[in-house]
Design a protein. Structure first.
Length: 233
């Protein structure tokens, strides 16, 4: 009885907190000075209609590089901790002691239809990240969702971890090389203006922002896929 009463009191307290936040919420009518400066500078200096992607891959690109490095360490840690309990890759599925139950035909058919569509959508998100909502992080997460769907539909599906590792490493190395090229050509690390800005709103525009978005999408997608494979039963 006391436990149930404490749960009710906790829920009521959270409800009061969220209600007070909702009641006191007022929509801001104008941008703050810092946000206004970014809204003005990103299209002019970088030629990117998507202000968020422009900020992530230019003004705070070094921080973005640190974030994907942290994600790489997470993937490596998951593989190190959870990979020890997996059977060797060379062992056939018939010899595995804990063979998972196969999924239903509906799930498998759905995966066969959705995985190609999701892959195309992920490519669109990554390649148009400088023009519309999206970018490398979002597209990489969508790519990993394809791997998750395959693992759900086919429990014995084995992603090519060697290929994922090579692709992730190459994407990270090219990202750093692009940063060094910006330092040499444009005077600052990860300066995207080493390529022409092009016409504002065009597909080939905004300097190296589309290139960095593709590299970021590949790196994030591979790292998240390795993490998902590490959590397989």
């Amino acid at each position: 009885m006391i436990r149930r009463l404490s749960i009710v009191v906790a829920i009521a307290a959270f409800g009061l907190i969220f209600a007070s936040l909702a009641i006191s919420y007022t929509e801001q009518q104008s941008l703050r000075p810092l946000a206004e400066s970014y809204v003005r500078r990103v299209p002019q200096e970088l030629g990117a209609p998507n202000i968020i992607t422009g900020i992530l891959l230019t003004y705070r690109a070094f921080d973005t590089l640190g974030e994907v490095a942290v994600l790489f360490m997470v993937a490596a840690s998951v593989g190190l901790v959870l990979g020890a309990g997996h059977p060797p890759r060379s062992v056939s599925s018939e010899d595995r002691p804990d063979e998972a139950w196969p999924s239903s035909e509906i799930v498998q058919s759905g995966a066969q239809i959705l995985v190609p569509l999701i892959s195309i959508f992920a490519a669109y998100i990554i390649m148009n990240g400088h023009l519309s909502a999206g970018g490398g992080f979002q597209g990489g997460a969508v790519i990993a969702s394809c791997v998750l769907l395959m693992l759900l539909a086919y429990p014995q599906y084995q992603p090519n971890l060697e290929f994922l590792s090579i692709a992730e490493s190459m994407a990270g190395a090219l990202f750093v090389l692009a940063g060094i090229a910006g330092l040499i050509v444009a005077g600052s690390f990860l300066d995207t203006r080493i390529l022409p800005l092009g016409q504002f709103g065009a597909f080939f525009s905004a300097g190296t922002i589309p290139v960095l978005s593709v590299l970021l999408g590949v790196k994030v997608g591979c790292e998240l896929s390795v993490i998902l494979d590490g959590f397989r039963p």
